[in-house]
Design a protein around this ligand. Structure first.
Ligand code: HSE
Length: 438
């Protein structure tokens, strides 16, 4: 039997403790699979005294994760600290510069510094593995980098944030408030330390940036992603979607277009019978389209300690076996510069919800602005606002107007909404949700 792979783990949160349990529960099988023992020798976390429900006896404790990362006592550094700068970056760099392998679940770090870290892995001779950074337990990184390497990928899309999917599912199914669902997602260990990363769409954007690089062979560019989160989605939108035969999902899309690669994350209405509309709770799903494969869809638990630990330990086994692949599927020098597509050219249907004063001509003015913008309407429905509104016929009485457009462009919709807002025909900000028939 070969020498053990000596592991140093930094970050003893939900995922870190699950990784330790998994390594212990499956010790024998993992040794067989890896061809050598996986030996956790050292850990690092902020608080040495916290009860984490697991024994840390026999492990050496490092208060400084950077020192642990470059320690001669470890071969592989497991980065589960989180964050995009500071100590997580320093520790990862220290390990790679010392020629060690790094396994990380940190999508924020990779989305921002992935190319720098991949280059450090290349020059240091270590491995940079991050299956757990995208899609929780779903093996989408390996799928894109290895199994689908024969394809030219043209599009990928999916549900990449478990917390948002969990919130939207429960709001629809149980009529619970956004706040209640978010609190439950936090309790279950799905949400980020700062859950605004989840609900504002940033976490999904970090993951999409990583997948885009793997799929299209381009440099990461998270800042080029069009991002909208789910905070503006109301119970009224969810009910309207249900009535119209749709379900609202936070969708992430990357696709080739004539003007470059479009990357976007935003709430989307999907036909209820579509594959992704049926992905519920914390489950994630990613569809990949390639020229020889057609379409492949992978789905599974997208967040949570155990699912993420499954992906982390898979990478550790790879390291123990000596498996080595370029982190983003090709050497850093071969990654092409990212060329951004114009989002405003994005074609599709749109759901619009407008708060309209109850006065003569308001409804007609909206319809006219749409027609003037060349936007064909599939339906336009006026509803009363909930109780407490002013009496009917009074301009203070707001009606909710819901519009579904036929296929048009983002630019045309934004122009029409700008005109409607400018002419004072609506109150507050219009709600706009893209419709995709995926
Ligand atoms: N907060 C993330 C999610 C965890 O909800 O998907 C997994 O990356």
């Amino acid at each position: 039997m070969d020498q053990p792979l000596r592991l140093g783990l930094a970050g003893l949160g939900t995922v870190g403790t699950s990784v330790i349990r998994l390594l212990r529960d499956h010790e024998e099988a993992l040794t067989d699979r890896a061809g050598r023992p996986l030996r956790l020798v050292a850990v690092s976390a902020r608080n040495p005294n916290k009860d984490r429900g697991i024994s840390l006896d026999g492990l050496s404790w490092h208060s400084d994760p950077v020192a642990l990362a470059s320690s001669p006592d470890i071969d592989c550094f497991i980065e589960l600290i989180g964050g995009e700068n500071g100590v997580c970056r320093e520790a990862t760099r220290a390990a790679l510069d010392a020629g060690k392998s790094v396994v990380t679940a940190n999508k924020a770090l990779l989305a921002k510094h992935g190319i720098e870290l991949a280059a450090a892995a290349e020059s240091g001779g270590g491995v940079l593995a991050f299956e757990a950074a995208v899609g929780g337990g779903i093996p989408i990184v390996k799928a894109l980098r290895e199994a689908l390497a024969g394809n030219r990928i043209t599009r990928l899309f999916g549900i990449l944030n478990g917390t948002c999917n969990y919130i939207l599912t429960r709001m629809e199914a149980e009529g619970l408030s956004f706040e209640q669902c978010l609190a439950d997602a936090q309790e279950l260990g799905y949400a980020e330390a700062d859950p605004s990363f989840d609900i504002d769409g940033l976490d999904a954007a970090h993951k999409l940036a990583i997948l885009t690089s793997l799929a299209f062979g381009v440099e990461l560019n998270k800042d080029a992603i069009f991002v909208e989160g789910i905070a503006s989605i109301t119970a009224e939108d969810i009910a309207a979607a249900e009535e119209l035969g749709y379900r609202i999902k936070l969708l992430a899309v990357a696709q080739e277009t004539d003007s470059g690669i479009e990357q976007r994350v935003h709430p989307t209405m999907l036909p209820k019978n579509s594959q992704l509309a049926r992905i519920s709770d914390v489950t994630n799903a990613v569809a990949v389209e390639g020229d020889f494969i057609g379409q492949v869809v992978l789905s599974g638990p997208g967040a949570g300690g155990d699912a993420t630990a499954s992906a982390v330990v898979g990478d550790i086994v790879d390291c123990a076996r000596g498996f080595r692949a370029p982190p983003f599927g090709r050497p850093v020098a071969s990654l092409k510069p990212y060329q951004r597509a114009r989002m405003r050219a994005h074609p599709g249907g749109y759901y619009l919800r407008l708060s309209v004063p109850d006065r003569v001509g308001a409804f007609a003015a909206i319809a006219r602005a749409m027609a003037d913008g060349g936007i064909s309407l599939d339906s336009i429905v006026q509803r009363n606002r909930p109780a407490g509104a002013a009496p009917r016929g009074n301009p203070d009485h707001l009606r909710s107007v819901t519009i579904i457009t036929h296929d048009t462009t983002e630019q045309a919709v934004r122009d029409a909404l700008g005109r409607i807002e400018g002419e004072g025909d609506i109150v507050g900000r219009p709600q706009m949700i893209r419709i995709e028939a995926l």
